[in-house]
Design a protein around this ligand. Structure first.
Ligand code: RET
Length: 330
């Protein structure tokens, strides 16, 4: 219920104004006071009429504020979302930790591969560097409120009718980071560009439809339909890694490193749809900050740990990954 405190004219006016300015959801009229002030009608009313006046005033205020679009209890503008994130230390830290780790990973890559001369080894190193470069951009978008928003969940959802903080930027930027992870894995397995291209297309499909699932507010069923499409793309990726590339890596002699990367990748990648399912986007078992931290931890393994393992292997320039000095020339 909307309550309105009107102790005197100035207080009522300033409450009314601050409500508009800061989107406070409750203004209270304290019924123990003898006189009340109606900021809309701009007049006073006495105790006798207070009760009924309150009802009228509440309804009028509600309608007026709703019309002005200030009755929302959730941050709306980008700066409000930014402040909301800053105020939530658990959520904000899940972003900042990743920005820092991505930065360290880039520095580590540059240091470890500074003496590498083989063009194919250099290419793999560059591809892994892009994973962290995308990650810094992705988390900066989230931390700044640019790629985060509040969405009203449809009927049937655990938070139906509520405004839920959606970190849609994650799904968007996964569409840019996962291709680099897959290119690096495909190159390590010495796969061909057709299969690498298929894997990249599948992951873009998976992330874009995952984004659609998170952004759909018209129908609960449609959210899960998008989830199912995204999962279908995911199955193809898992097949390519576990069946195609695992075999090719064995033929190429890179099975030792590939097996480690394969396990880390497959296990962590399965965590993402599980989190989507359990988090606020799905059945709502986890709070937003928990989901965000869990995604961030998965990212740490799926991106930075995988990158460091790849780089430590590639920096030695083993024959298995090298292409010779003419590699890439037509
Ligand atoms: C979604 C929801 C819809 C169903 C599936 C998903 C899978 C996401 C995956 C994400 C991997 C992200 C990585 C990011 C690194 O930067 C979109 C959560 C299957 C597997 C590794």
């Amino acid at each position: 219920m909307l309550k309105v405190y009107c102790l005197n004219r100035n207080m009522a006016k300033s409450l009314f104004r601050s409500h508009i300015r800061r989107s406070i959801t409750k203004i209270c009229i304290n019924t123990t006071y003898y006189r009340g002030y109606d900021p809309i009608a701009d007049n006073f009313f006495n105790q006798g009429t207070l009760q009924s006046k309150c009802m009228v005033l509440q309804t009028t205020l509600f309608a007026a504020l709703a019309q002005l679009g200030v009755l929302s209890s959730h941050p709306e503008t980008q700066s409000e979302v930014f402040e909301h994130i800053l105020d939530d230390a658990a959520l904000a830290s899940s972003f900042y930790v990743n920005i820092a780790l991505a930065g360290f990973t880039i520095i580590a890559i540059l240091l470890l591969v500074r003496n590498v001369t083989d063009p194919r080894a250099k290419m793999i190193a560059f591809v892994t560097l892009m994973i962290s470069a995308v990650s810094i951009s992705s988390y900066t978008g989230l931390a700044s409120g640019l790629t985060v928003g509040f969405l009203e969940m449809p009927a049937g959802h655990a938070f139906a009718g509520e405004q839920v903080l959606t970190m849609w930027g994650r799904y968007l930027t996964w569409g840019l980071s996962t291709p680099f992870i897959l290119i690096a894995l495909g190159l390590l397995a010495r796969s061909n560009w057709t299969k690498i291209g298929i894997a990249v297309s599948m992951t873009i499909g998976m992330c874009v439809t995952g984004l659609a699932a998170a952004l759909t507010t018209s129908s609960h069923a449609l959210r899960w339909f998008w989830f199912a499409i995204s999962s279908a793309f995911f199955v193809v990726i898992i097949y390519i890694i576990l069946a195609e590339w695992a075999r090719e890596a064995e033929e190429a002699g890179t099975e030792d490193i590939f097996t480690k990367l394969k396990i880390l990748t497959v296990v962590t990648w399965f965590g993402y749809p599980v989190l989507w399912f359990a988090g606020a986007e799905g059945v709502g078992l986890l709070e937003v900050w928990m989901t965000s931290w869990a995604y961030s931890v998965l990212d740490i393994v799926a991106k930075y740990l995988v990158t460091i393992l790849i780089i430590l292997y590639v920096a030695e320039e083993p024959d298995e990954v090298c292409g010779g000095e003419d590699y890439g020339r037509v």
